[in-house]
Design a protein around this ligand. Structure first.
Ligand SMILES: [Zn+2]
Ligand SMILES: [Zn+2]
Ligand SMILES: [Zn+2]
Ligand SMILES: [Zn+2]
Length: 316
């Protein structure tokens, strides 16, 4: 009974709020004019999605009065997007076995022919079953040497393949050419590549190759975190913690841990000891965290890991 009362009460409030927004929606927030005849209202350029104006002048005149509300609303909208739990990481699935890609990039292989990332499980299984050295995805014969491989990647750069652009970005960093690397990453990020946003965040935050700019670094890490990059989110958690925003830091850590990030899970244990999260929160995160990691496992991938371990041991 009490519950039903509270629910109908809440509904009433929601309708009122909606009506109010609609009201504000149809008139200029400054002069109150309605969009009749050739009067058109445009949304506030502050990105708040709250008010409309009939002219730039009205927007300007209303600015002082609206500024605080506008900023607050925009920050709320941004937080809503930033703290959304994603189902999968930005690494997606292996194009061959369709299992989620491991977060550890050492467990997948990049093929310069098609610029696809294939999980090591599929790579090794294909090598053993086919007996030849071809790309398991597009069947192109492998080429040897950095130069030959780079030439192929450059072919994909020409058609704006984000994977290729990112690969060349990383290649240039390895050679110490940060400037060109920055250009490749920027192009990939502009095409919506989440990992490139993460890399740009690192460059800005550390000041490698660009003038150090923490704010820009955080901005790129936020784009990457929204896209499902666990390390970007882990970094944001560290920054929030350093700034004393424990609640925000923990929120980031939970999202990253749920994607399978081990570092974030470790930090959550510390936060549990410090009393910053409840036992229930910790346990539920731990379950999702384990499930995310288990989802990336397969017999084929285990076999590949053993193969690479033995290979490394034989080279020692
Ligand atoms: Zn107006
Ligand atoms: Zn606004
Ligand atoms: Zn695979
Ligand atoms: Zn290929």
């Amino acid at each position: 009974m009490v519950l039903m009362m509270s629910s109908s009460g809440a509904e009433g409030t929601a309708t009122e709020v909606e009506a109010e927004t609609e009201e504000a929606d149809v008139c200029c927030a400054n002069c109150g004019i309605a969009p009749v005849d050739d009067i058109k209202l445009k949304i506030c350029d502050g990105g708040c999605d709250l008010v409309k104006y009939c002219s730039d002048r009205c927007q300007e005149n209303h600015r002082e009065q609206h500024e605080e509300e506008c900023k607050k609303r925009k920050a709320n909208l941004r937080d809503k997007e930033l703290f959304e739990q994603l189902e999968e990481s930005c690494f997606g699935e292996c194009p061959l076995c369709f299992l989620p890609m491991p977060l550890d990039h050492e467990k997948s292989t990049f093929f310069s022919c098609c610029c696809k990332l294939v999980c090591n499980g599929c790579e090794i299984a294909d090598e053993i079953s086919s007996g030849d050295d071809r790309c398991p995805f597009c069947r192109e014969p492998a080429v040897t040497g950095k130069e030959e491989n780079d030439k192929r990647v450059m072919e994909r750069v020409k058609v704006n393949d984000p994977n290729a652009l990112r690969k060349m970005g990383t290649r240039r960093i390895q050679e110490g050419d940060y400037e060109t690397s920055f250009e490749y990453y920027t192009k990939a990020a502009e095409l919506g590549d989440t990992i490139a946003h993460y890399q740009l965040g690192c460059m800005y935050y550390s000041g490698e190759g660009v003038e150090r700019d923490e704010e820009k670094g955080i901005c790129h890490w936020e784009r990457a975190a929204i896209g499902g990059h666990h390390s970007a989110r882990h970094n944001l958690a560290c920054i929030e913690e350093r700034n004393g925003n424990i609640e925000r830091s923990v929120k980031h850590l939970i999202i990253a841990a749920n994607l399978g990030c081990e570092d974030s899970m470790k930090d959550l244990w510390k936060h549990f000891s410090a009393g910053n999260i409840t036992k229930e929160e910790l346990e539920s995160t731990l379950r999702t965290h384990k499930a995310a990691i288990d989802a990336t496992k397969s017999a084929q991938r285990d076999a590949a890991e053993t193969y690479y371990q033995q290979l490394a041991a034989s080279r020692r």
